[in-house]
Design a protein around this ligand. Structure first.
Ligand code: FES
Length: 94
């Protein structure tokens, strides 16, 4: 993720933040590295890698991940009954 950002390539992401340890939970940053599907935020960049981040397959999967994340946030907020104070990382359903 950092290598792509440094190269001026935007990779959509949701759970990644440069100040926290990557955990790869939302899958919104999924890319293909040398033909293998992986999370850009957790997969280490190395010289010579062939990275694809904008294919029909990846974009379709990204839309599904985005919908799934939004659904989790909505469920978490409903379970918490106080959406403004909901902490989804502590929810047993996520
Ligand atoms: S940004 Fe969420 S898995 Fe990479």
């Amino acid at each position: 993720m950092e290598a792509a950002t440094a190269a001026g390539v935007y990779i959509p992401h949701l759970c990644h933040h440069p100040e926290y340890t990557p955990h790869g939970s939302c899958k919104l940053c999924t890319v293909k590295v040398n033909g293998r599907t992986c999370s850009a935020c957790t997969f280490p960049a190395m010289e010579g890698q062939d990275v694809l981040n904008n294919t029909k397959e990846l974009n379709d999967d990204g839309k599904k991940s985005h919908k799934c994340c939004l659904l989790k946030v909505i469920i978490c907020a409903l379970v918490a009954k106080k959406p403004e104070t909901a902490n989804c990382r502590q929810s047993p359903i996520i």
